[in-house]
Design a protein around this ligand. Structure first.
Ligand SMILES: Nc1ncnc2c1ncn2[C@@H]1O[C@H](COP(=O)(O)OP(=O)(O)OP(=O)(O)O)[C@@H](O)[C@H]1O
Ligand SMILES: [Mg+2]
Length: 372
């Protein structure tokens, strides 16, 4: 899949610009605060249905204007498609695909597919478990629509169960009956989620491990450990949904008195995490900034690989400000790995990419763009 063109109108600091992209490498370069990330953000909106910078949609409208619009044309294995989105000041928006209005964001996403990698993604390696869960949940929901509904069901059940645990009604018989019912439902739902996450993680790291080794000519080896409340070291144990159910059931039963005291569900899929290890040590603590960046990038490339296995074609790779800080060897590997795929990347220093001949170069200055 590749993005052929994108027309931005009154989006952030862009008054109007019709971009045309190459199916290969595209480099947006320019000084800080000129409008490079704005382009990546606008394109990625078509992949995820929201701003990856967590911006409110009205912030996407150029100051002083009433609405903004982005239209794209992309080519997939079947045909060329057109999509557009219009944002209004009152926070409403209109979305279209091939001229037909789309009502729900869930029908808007899943058409144009992109993998984004930006500096914030280092958080996957460095930060709290919630960042890693968010990464997994996002990546899986790109390829499995039913996963999103399972997550929503899980969230709803967890909220109900926590509200009950907080209610201080444990002297009533109905309290324990309701707790049993909610625990049972939560166990079934959590078991499915942990199974899907574990399978995806295994698949992801099968690719990512190879990529990190290639990137460093075999010097660096990574592996992953799934951290859940219901299994030991072997990730494969979690592939058994019925087994997971049983273990979650038991866990909630054993914890129930403590949970009533705490007023919350102590253990479960909502606390799932994973540990990335570099040469056997926790990468969060032992890996250098560049090593962490390489690992996160390998995970993103692996995400693209899985997307291709699922859909038959590569997504578009959007790399915002992430390659410049890798050393020459790693950067070269990443760019050669990405050959044959479309890449749209940003950098402040175009010189970092001077050795690449076949790239489309776009100079960015104050919301205006010129091809060089
Ligand atoms: N709604 C808006 N209306 C007008 N200008 C905006 C709006 N939102 C953001 N901007 C401007 O867009 C610019 C930031 O653009 P962007 O984040 O794309 O920069 P960048 O080129 O990626 O910079 P860096 O290299 O620092 O990452 C800022 O000057 C900001 O003031
Ligand atoms: Mg930027």
């Amino acid at each position: 899949m590749y993005l052929d063109c994108a027309v931005f109108e009154n989006y952030r600091n862009i008054v109007h610009f019709p971009f045309s992209f190459d199916p290969g490498i595209n480099i947006l370069y320019g000084k800080n605060a000129q409008g490079k990330t704005n382009v990546i953000e606008g394109i990625y909106f078509f992949g995820s249905g929201k701003s990856f910078r967590h911006a409110k949609e009205r912030d996407l409208i150029r100051e002083g204007e009433n609405h903004s619009q982005i239209s794209i044309a992309y080519v997939d294995a079947v045909r060329e498609n057109k999509m557009s989105v219009r944002f209004f000041r009152d926070m409403s928006k209109e979305m279209f695909k091939n001229g037909i209005k789309i009502g729900r964001t869930s029908n808007f996403i899943g058409n144009f597919r992109a993998v984004l990698f930006c500096p914030e993604h280092l958080a996957i390696v460095k930060n709290d478990p919630s960042e890693r869960r968010a990464f997994l949940d996002h990546a899986i929901s790109q390829i499995d629509r039913s996963y999103l509904s399972a997550l929503m069901e899980h969230k709803r059940l967890l909220e109900q169960r926590n509200a009950l645990l907080k209610s201080e009604n444990e002297t009533k018989e109905s309290f324990w009956m309701t707790l049993d019912i909610l625990s049972e439902r939560l166990a079934v739902c959590a078991a499915a989620i942990t199974k899907i996450r574990a399978e995806y993680l295994k698949r992801l790291f099968d690719h990512a491990c190879v990529l990190v080794q290639q990137m460093t000519e075999g010097r660096e080896k990574i592996d992953v450990r799934y951290l859940s409340h219901i299994a030991g070291d072997a990730i494969e144990e979690l592939f058994d949904k019925k087994g997971n159910e049983e273990r979650y059931r038991r866990l909630m039963y054993e914890n129930r008195k403590r949970e009533v005291l705490a007023g919350t569900t102590i253990a479960g899929a909502h606390r799932d995490d994973f540990e990335i290890r570099l040469l056997g040590k926790n990468a969060k603590i032992f890996a250098s900034q560049g090593q962490q960046r390489s690992i996160a990038l390998a995970m993103k490339l692996a995400e693209g690989e899985i997307a291709r296995e699922e859909s038959g074609e590569y997504p578009v790779f959007l790399l915002d400000d992430v390659l410049s800080e890798l050393d020459g060897e790693r950067k070269k590997f990443v760019l050669s790995e990405l050959s044959g795929r479309q890449v749209i990347l940003t950098t402040c220093d175009e010189g970092d990419f001077s050795e690449i001949d076949e790239a489309k170069r776009i100079f960015v200055e104050n919301g205006t763009y010129s091809y060089r």
